[in-house]
Design a protein around this ligand. Structure first.
Ligand code: AP5
Ligand code: MG
Length: 215
């Protein structure tokens, strides 16, 4: 299956991706994760994108599209993929559509996770991530068993640089102006599956998997 996870910052895209890729046996491609890994490893790409991420701005389309196609053209994406955080602008969606068409491929579904703004701010303020394995926690909804230590790998659990309040508000604004129009864009192609992101994590995963099966 070729799927997109669409939704504002903090909607739960990364959280849902964990269950979806395990069930569907497809690779998880998160542009945010790719950029953060490059920043951590101090690569040329990392140096180029660092300020965009820290300020909650979008990385330029041309660069982002190139990175995504480099990844999608790898062998493990041959039979499907789950895109998380891409596309985020109409030009990115158009470039994805054109590239897929050139390769004789089609998207199956765009899962749109809807969550009200007040909830997003609370989720991002409390989100914590493992520096080692990337597992996601929340200070209130999903705390680690031992303070700041990952339950899964024992790594250090920290706050993401772009989860500070001012940056969070900026990211939500960028979403509203640049990414939200993609809901209608994919609605017109009959690809959108709208889901309520305020449902408990496991319940929402089950709902999405069922809807994908029924389609
Ligand atoms: P990216 O990493 O994609 O961040 P984002 O879209 O802002 O989304 P998040 O990762 O913050 O949220 P999420 O939806 O994954 O939520 P999560 O599951 O963690 O992008 C970061 C930056 O990279 C961008 O700002 C930009 O600079 C750049 N970038 C990336 N892609 C780009 C592109 N295509 N073009 C240009 N620039 C790009 O959950 C959040 C919290 O909520 C967690 O604590 C979790 O435990 C909790 N939670 C999740 N689900 C539930 C639930 N159902 N109930 C209760 N709590 C829940
Ligand atoms: Mg994420």
């Amino acid at each position: 299956m070729r799927l997109i996870l669409l939704g504002p910052p903090g909607a739960g895209k990364g959280t849902q991706a964990v269950t979806l890729i395990e069930n569907l046996q497809i690779p998880h491609i998160s542009t945010g994760d790719i950029f953060r890994a490059n920043i951590k490893n101090e690569t040329e790409l990392g140096k180029e994108v660092k300020s965009y991420l820290n300020e909650g701005k979008l990385v330029p389309d041309e660069l982002t599209i190139r990175i995504v196609w480099d990844r999608l053209d790898q062998e493990d994406c041959k039979d499907g993929f789950l895109l998380d955080g891409f596309p985020r602008t109409i030009p990115q969606a158009e470039a994805l559509g054109i590239g897929l068409k050139e390769r004789g491929l089609e998207l199956d579904r765009v899962i749109n996770i809807d969550v009200p703004k007040e909830v997003l701010v609370k989720r991002l303020a409390g989100r914590r991530v493992c520096k080692g394995c990337g597992a996601t926690y929340h200070t209130d909804y999903k705390p680690t068993k031992v303070e700041a230590v990952c339950d899964l790998c024992g790594g250090e659990v920290i706050q993401r640089d772009d989860d500070k309040e001012a940056t969070v508000l900026n990211r939500i604004e960028v979403y509203e102006s640049q990414t939200k129009p993609l809901i209608d864009y994919y609605e017109e192609q009959n690809l959108t599956l709208n889901v309520d992101g305020t449902e408990p994590v496991e319940q929402l995963s089950a709902q999405i998997l069922q809807a994908l099966k029924d389609a």
